[in-house]
Design a protein around this ligand. Structure first.
Ligand code: PLP
Ligand code: COI
Length: 339
């Protein structure tokens, strides 16, 4: 792809050559199909359109210095999609089928995998939708699984650079016993107004407290939160947070570096005590937090006075990205090299 300006890509949609699809009907998954259409032909009463039977995933493929393509922890994305399926009564796609589809769609769109050191990656977006017609509130009997890919640049401004966030109390992303732990479209619909409000006020993203008490830290927009203090990596535990694969990986890397790990409820006031803080996710990678403003309480929690990412976040970022691109040894077997 000579005509793509790889280093200046945003996190947006660019048409690629192919997507792959697997349909489910008569209680069974069918064969993988290759499509060059960007469209889906849907029944107007499909459950995904009315009752939110929609799940998605997000992972990335990386082009290494050696020219090889690496995909990061796709078995984890397969497992999380299966968990989401249990959550909203959709059939689970077996891990082998998920992995076969990821490998196929990346290979078919090889010319869209950004070059090493361009700062861009190939974002892989699997989705699963209920396609059967229902008017009563019931799960569908038919489903379509699709994966498309699109080359992307950084999700937050500047990539690995600090950004400001704002605590939003006026909206809940997810209820304590709701669908926050699943990756369903409805959670993102619930976040749109909060996200717009944050952007309108000049922030990178909205920052959620727990829905019940507005006392504990929940999520950082579409990313998990972590804080660093006293040689400890601290990340919130809650029933409404999406279990981030990036966060899980960072906990392991932090442990490898000799940090202690704490996964527990984190009260808002504790923000005062963190030496560093970050948002993490596939799209965000690590997005170091410059400060979090709590406008209602007239407070500002500042993590970076000079605007630069802190030393622990930087070390974690370099280790994670190093493994993803194949520059550092993959000691935990997280990477699949595509041939
Ligand atoms: N939290 C939310 C709400 C997300 O949408 C995402 C993105 O997938 C994450 C956290 C980060 O998860 P992961 O690291 O698996 O991409
Ligand atoms: C991701 O990190 O993959 C996300 O899902 C973030 C957002 C684009 C929904």
């Amino acid at each position: 792809m000579e005509d793509l300006d790889w280093s200046n890509l945003s996190f947006g949609y660019i048409k690629t050559d192919y997507n792959v699809r697997i349909t489910y009907r008569n209680n069974a998954w069918g064969e993988l199909e290759i499509s060059s259409s960007e469209y889906v032909n849907l029944h107007m009463a499909a459950t995904c359109l009315h009752y939110g039977q929609e799940a998605f995933e997000g992972l990335k493929a990386y082009r290494g210095k050696d020219g090889k393509t690496r995909v990061f922890r796709m078995d984890e994305n397969a497992a999380r999609l299966q968990s989401t399926c249990r959550g909203i009564l959709m059939p689970e796609l077996p891990t082998e089928r998920f992995e076969e589809a990821v490998k196929k769609v990346v290979k078919l769109n090889e010319r869209f995998i950004p070059p090493y050191e361009s700062g861009a990656t190939l974002y892989i977006r699997p989705l699963l939708i209920g396609t059967g017609a229902q008017v009563g509130v019931h799960p569908s009997t038919e489903y379509t699984f699709i994966i498309f890919v699109t080359p992307v640049g950084p999700y937050f401004k500047g990539g690995f650079a600090t950004n400001p966030y704002v605590i939003i109390r006026g909206y809940d992303r997810a209820a304590p016993l709701g669908t926050g732990i699943y990756k369903v479209g409805g959670n993102y619909a619930a976040s749109l107004r909060a996200n717009k409000e944050a952007h309108d006020k000049g922030y990178s993203s909205e920052f959620y407290l727990d829905a019940k008490e507005k006392k504990y830290i929940d999520e950082c927009g579409a990313a998990n939160f972590f804080g660093i203090k006293n040689n400890t990596y601290i990340t919130p535990k809650s029933t409404s947070i999406l279990p981030s694969i990036t966060n899980k990986s960072l906990m392991q890397l932090a442990e490898d570096m000799g940090l202690k790990i704490e996964r527990r409820p984190v009260p808002e006031e504790e923000l005062n005590t963190f030496e560093e803080a970050g948002a993490c996710g596939t799209a965000a990678v690590i997005s170091p937090i410059q400060r979090i403003d709590d406008i209602e309480k007239n407070k500002s929690y500042v993590f970076s006075k000079d605007g630069k990412p802190g030393p622990v976040s930087t070390k974690l970022y370099n280790m994670l990205v190093g493994i993803q691109y194949g520059d550092k040894p993959d000691i935990h077997n997280w990477v699949t090299i595509l041939d």
